[in-house]
Design a protein. Structure first.
Length: 114
């Protein structure tokens, strides 16, 4: 396991619990490899798709959250196509859907975290 990275199952569980403790909705849509699976978050607000976030490995060996996938205004069909491609490409990945009251705040906090 790499230094500075939690097992995927631990991080996925923490993300779900964090959202739920804030009164937001969180659902595990696909359970990936417990140790090293990629994690993809589908962020929604009141059911409307806002963005996807993904944990990425940087050149310096650290992990950081960043936007991934279609923009929020591109619609559900584009999102479904993106998620289907990702699932076929990486069966070990985790897919978590979050419906949060303040999506832009959540995205800013998540992507700015070390």
């Amino acid at each position: 396991m790499s230094v500075g990275r939690l097992n995927a199952s631990v991080e996925a569980t923490a993300l779900i619990r964090k959202a739920q403790s804030a009164g937001d909705f969180a659902a595990l849509l696909h359970k990936g490899d417990s140790e090293r699976g990629a994690i993809l978050l589908v962020v929604r607000s009141r059911g409307a798709y806002v963005a996807c976030l993904e944990r990425n490995l940087n050149a310096d060996g650290t992990y950081r959250w960043g936007r991934s996938g279609p923009d929020g205004g591109e619609g559900e069909a584009k999102l479904r196509d993106f998620l289907d491609r990702r699932a076929r490409f990486d069966e070990d990945s985790w897919l978590i859907e979050l419906d949060v009251a303040q999506p832009e705040r959540f995205i800013a906090e998540t992507t700015s975290a070390a």
